[in-house]
Design a protein around this ligand. Structure first.
Ligand code: ATP
Ligand code: MG
Length: 414
């Protein structure tokens, strides 16, 4: 651990106005201050404001314990978490995370196994709290009373220099909580904060420690990463540092075996980035269906050669893939159902000469499956025509759609 050395920046030095902070967050802090506790805006929000980005949420840090916070906010407060107890405080129907300063003493409230933090409920003071945070740029505290930024780890300098640095030793901080490797990649690709060569090396060496994190938490972090607006950049770094290989070992082999699939995955990532740029909705179902698709094709073909019908073969391939993936990642059931439907719809898309077309068009996952189909257009001229056919039919009225389907049938009969 490095020693903390407080630097205070006043408003003329940091340039952030208190008005940029959500009024509800300010109201919660004011109430804590009125009860003689310390309370600050902390972490990502301060970092983002310094970078000129509108923060997506405002987290609060205080010396009040979760029970003390509960006593102040009563019914507007819920205590959550076991590994890391903190308070959710509601104000104007918005939820704010209020976390008690973490300390550094090793007691029964912090459980560490092989260097990995299992439980962390040791409370402490602000400078200890700063040391417990992940990166220097995330250990900044905004004091709304004086509009000062309190910087214990040279975070402001690192933000100005766009340097992403762990607080303390790279490897140790990764082993304590390996999810920080995924967070590091997100902050680099989303905020342009550069990971140093030594941190890159440490991630590369410790990538296998990802096996120690909760697999559900890993899924949530991956969704945040791939929906941060630069999924393409994130994928590149995840590969470079062997993290993608760790999470999807078999799928990764199949992708990298075939330049068509590499292109397919790259296009899927770019399409996700463009949708986010255009403020369109995104779902993890789509990207995960793309990542696992090359494996799905291999497995489906295996069952087809055994004489299984296409629908059953795809379904059985999906079962095997979800079973395999469970070791490295928890893909929620609802996401699995969505992925399976996207794959099954790829087969349904080939049925363009029957009433089934109407069921396909009305399927709940039609949109995502159609976007997926368009990504496959590069596979062959048949796929190109199929994609064009499904694009065209959506532009027609019901009557014209019927004409197209049955005309085609007629033609084929001749
Ligand atoms: P964003 O909100 O854009 O995801 P953030 O930095 O605010 O970024 P949060 O997950 O909201 O991320 O976490 C809030 C703060 O809590 C962080 O800024 C950091 O100080 C601390 N923190 C979060 N996760 C960890 C971790 N795994 N290890 C140490 N500190 C963490
Ligand atoms: Mg945050």
């Amino acid at each position: 651990m490095i020693n903390s050395k407080l630097i205070t920046y006043n408003q003329s030095e940091h340039g952030i106005s208190t008005d940029e902070i959500s009024p509800s967050a300010r109201a919660i802090i004011t109430k804590l201050l009125d009860h003689n506790y310390q309370a600050y805006i902390v972490g990502g929000a301060v970092r983002d404001l310094l970078l000129g980005i509108h923060p997506k949420d405002f987290d609060i840090a205080t010396n009040a314990t979760p029970d003390e916070i509960k006593a102040i906010f009563n019914r507007d407060c819920r205590i959550i978490g076991r590994r890391f107890r903190l308070a959710h405080v509601y104000h104007n129907r918005e939820m704010y995370e209020v976390a008690t300063f973490r300390g550094i003493d090793a007691t029964s409230e912090r459980v560490i196994k092989r260097g990995h933090i299992i439980k962390d409920n040791v409370f402490g003071n602000i400078d200890q709290d700063a040391m417990r945070r992940d990166f220097t740029c995330n250990a900044l505290y905004f004091d709304i009373e004086n509009a000062n930024i309190l910087d214990y780890c040279d975070g402001v300098d690192d933000i100005r220099g766009q340097k992403l640095k762990f607080i303390g030793d790279d490897s140790q901080r990764i082993i304590e909580d390996p999810i920080r490797m995924i967070r590091a990649i997100r902050f680099q690709v989303k905020l342009g904060m550069k990971i140093s060569t030594s941190m890159k090396q440490a991630i590369f060496e410790q990538h296998h420690t990802l096996a120690n994190v909760s697999l559900a938490r890993l899924f949530d972090e991956l969704v945040k990463l791939f929906h941060c607006g630069n999924a393409f950049g994130a994928y590149g770094l995840m590969n470079e540092m062997l993290l993608f290989q760790h999470i999807f070992p078999q799928a990764c082999l199949e992708i990298n075996n075939d330049s068509q699939y590499i292109k397919f995955v790259h296009n899927a990532l770019k399409s996700t980035d463009s949708r986010i740029e255009a403020s369109q909705s995104v779902t993890p179902i789509f990207l995960f269906a793309c990542f696992l698709w090359p494996l799905a094709v291999i497995k489906t073909n295996k069952f087809l050669t055994k004489g299984m019908p296409q629908y059953d073969a795809t379904n059985k391939a999906a079962n095997e893939i979800f079973e395999l993936s469970r070791k490295n990642l928890t893909i929620p059931k609802i996401v699995q159902i969505g992925i399976r439907n996207i794959w099954l719809l790829q087969f349904r898309f080939t049925k363009i000469r029957s009433k089934k077309v109407f069921f396909t068009l009305e399927h709940q996952r039609f949109r995502a499956a159609y976007d997926f189909l368009l990504l496959r257009k590069h596979e062959s001229s048949e796929m190109q025509s199929l994609g064009d056919w499904w694009t065209h039919i959506q532009t027609l009225t019901k009557t014209k759609q019927r004409e197209l389907i049955f005309q085609k049938k007629h033609k084929n009969k001749r």
